[in-house]
Design a binder for this molecule. Structure first.
Ligand SMILES: Cc1cc2nc3c(=O)[nH]c(=O)nc-3n(C[C@H](O)[C@H](O)[C@H](O)COP(=O)(O)OP(=O)(O)OC[C@H]3O[C@@H](n4cnc5c(N)ncnc54)[C@H](O)[C@@H]3O)c2cc1C
Length: 557
């Protein structure tokens, strides 16, 4: 297997051995308390697994024996660690439950198939035993996509694909690879790099998420401008359903009716289990150039992204922070460092040239062959400067790239100190982007204030635009707030609902790349329409008539 679950935190983010760099840095915590309008931050440690009593597994002896016969005893696990690990995904909401010791959604067992045949046989056994099956890739869902709901079934098992992580075929001439769906980001990229290729799909959850998960929730990596979203790079998939194996796509292009690939992309494990996928590759880039820019305000930055999306400039990534995000991370990064004369001169220079409180940072990335990268950089530089940007050089870009997967590791130390941190994201057309941005920001700020644990407490709401298209762009909000410790799930739900209502009311999609899971279900009908939901239900009926796959996700009741 490409990943050893026992080395990963069951109730937080990342490797258990990862050191909490922030612990003990009192300066950080007192600064954060004052940003949040709190006199101090409280210690709120998570409950250790040993102190939690897990309900006994409901898997019957007969059902267990059936699974063992198919998979072997070591691939049917019902020990406390595996069940707890697979109880939920890794959203803020999930972590609130896990850290409080609420393991009511722990599956009764975790199954580790090794092949498509294993999956098909296991699904048949699950139907026979009336057992719900939750497909599980890396479990990094942030929308409640892998919560172990049993629905109307007496038992629920998690089907963990991490044992299916082989590269089956690499077609160098066509630049495609056929790969098992449980491979993680690092496992896949290592295998491809050995042959001179890359898929280039790097979500922030890259270390732990899997190819199957990327496709099942229709995700986007950080370099989506160059490498595309899952929609763009998926050639075809093998979907093991309770009705048999469905093969989709497989051609560079085709006009043979609607694309069945679109039933796999975004299917979130409710139609079948993706066991293999063929994906489009790129040559490993010979050159990579990431650098920073500063704009006087958000509007100038957005105008640059807009013009870049309508130009021929070959960018890999453009990530524009709003003024709050720019200021917050600058202040955070400066904590503990002495401000010297050079820093003060630099600040004076920026202020006098109009890069003040409203300034916005942008990271631009270019990858490809050396000549193309050099040309794109020069073209983008000219475009950014046309909109008043100050070029900050490669240092900013290098630091961003080095730390591109580290952000999530900051969440657990915050949760240990009574601080909540959640994210949500959306996308809309260029013409609606600013209205949507203002509406969601104001709604979040208001909802956090109204649901704060004490008068005067507030949140920090940051936003960046990180995926842009010819017709529009995404908005990604991170909000940090003091938790109402006597009702933190309700606080989360109220803030989430207010923001999601604002997204829908202002022309945004309920999710640009996190998916639906159970958390976004209430807004699904508004986006798809009742006929659209009926179509999805009909597909579900055709592929999973007994409804065993991932109950309670994607399609509203
Ligand atoms: C810190 C953090 C950062 C993130 N950053 C990004 C980002 O930059 N871009 C992005 O797109 N997403 C991001 N996400 C969201 C999440 O990581 C992605 O949704 C990820 O692609 C999920 O992959 P996974 O393998 O972990 O899937 P899981 O979480 O295991 O599953 C996700 C959904 O897909 C289903 N599923 C999983 N595998 C299969 C399969 N083989 N067949 C059928 N169904 C399956 C599950 O049942 C579930 O509904 C982030 C999440 C976190 C926690």
């Amino acid at each position: 297997m490409s990943i050893d679950r026992s080395k990963i935190r069951w109730n937080g983010w990342g490797w258990s051995a990862h050191e909490d760099r922030l612990a003990g840095q009192e300066e950080v915590w007192s600064w954060l308390a004052s940003e949040l309008g709190m006199p101090a931050l409280l210690a709120t440690p998570a409950r250790p697994l040993e102190s939690i009593v897990l309900a006994p597994s409901r898997l019957t002896v007969e059902d267990r024996a059936r699974f063992v016969q198919i998979l072997g005893a070591e691939r049917v696990r019902d020990d406390q660690y595996e069940r707890a690990f697979h109880a939920r995904g890794r959203s803020y909401h999930d972590l609130l439950h896990l850290r409080a010791g609420d393991l009511s959604t722990a599956p009764d067992a975790v199954l580790f198939p090794r092949s498509t045949d294993d999956v098909v046989a296991t699904l048949a056994a699950a139907i026979e035993g009336r057992i719900a099956v939750v497909p599980y890739g890396g479990g990094t869902s942030v929308v409640g996509g892998v919560t172990g709901h049993r629905g109307t079934f007496k038992t629920v098992v998690s089907m963990d694909l991490s044992g299916m992580d082989r590269v089956i075929e690499l077609d160098a001439q066509s630049m495609t690879a056929t790969v098992e769906a449980g491979i993680t980001g690092p496992g896949l990229e290592k295998a491809l790099a050995a042959n001179g290729f890359t898929l280039g799909h790097h979500p922030q959850s890259f270390e732990f998420s899997t190819l199957g998960g990327w496709i099942a929730h229709r995700g986007a990596g950080q370099g989506s401008n160059r490498y595309g979203r899952a929609d763009d790079w998926l050639v075809g998939a093998k979907l093991a359903t309770p009705r048999g194996v469905l093969r989709t796509g497989g051609f560079p292009a085709s006009s043979s009716g609607p694309r069945l690939n679109d039933l796999v992309l975004g299917s979130e494990g409710i139609f079948g289990i993706i066991t293999e996928a063929t994906v489009r590759l790129h040559p490993l880039p010979a050159a990579s150039d990431y650098r920073g820019y500063l704009f006087r305000d958000f509007a100038d930055g957005i105008a640059t992204l807009h013009d870049a999306a309508h130009s021929e400039i070959a960018v890999t990534m453009l990530r524009l922070s709003d003024p709050v995000e720019t200021k917050f991370y600058r202040a955070f990064g400066a904590l503990g460092k002495k401000r010297g004369v050079a820093d003060r001169v630099a600040q004076f220079y920026l202020d006098t040239r109009g890069y003040d409180d409203k300034a916005c940072a942008l990271i631009a990335g270019f990858e490809g062959d050396s000549a193309a990268v050099a040309a794109a950089r020069v073209q983008f530089d000219a475009l950014a400067k046309k909109h008043g940007a100050l070029a900050l050089g490669e240092g900013q870009g290098r630091r961003w790239k080095e730390g591109r997967f580290h952000g999530p590791y900051l969440r657990d130390p915050m949760l240990d100190r009574g601080v909540g941190v959640d994210t949500l994201e959306t996308a809309t057309s260029w013409s609606r982007l600013e209205t949507l941005y203002v509406a969601v920001r104001e709604t979040l700020e208001g909802a956090i204030r109204e649901n704060a644990p004490r008068a005067g407490a507030r949140g920090v709401v940051t936003c960046h635009v990180s995926h842009s298209y010819r017709d529009g762009a995404s908005l990604y909000f991170t909000y940090i707030f003091p938790r109402a410790l006597d009702g933190e799930i309700e606080q989360w739900r109220t803030i989430k609902k207010a923001a999601s209502d604002a997204i829908v009311a202002n022309g945004g999609t309920i999710s640009h790349h996190h998916g639906i899971g159970e958390d976004h279900l209430p807004w699904m009908a508004a986006e798809k329409g009742s006929l659209g939901i009926d179509v999805l239900r009909a597909v579900k009926m055709a592929l999973d008539p007994n409804g065993i796959l991932n109950p309670g996700k994607l399609i509203p009741d």
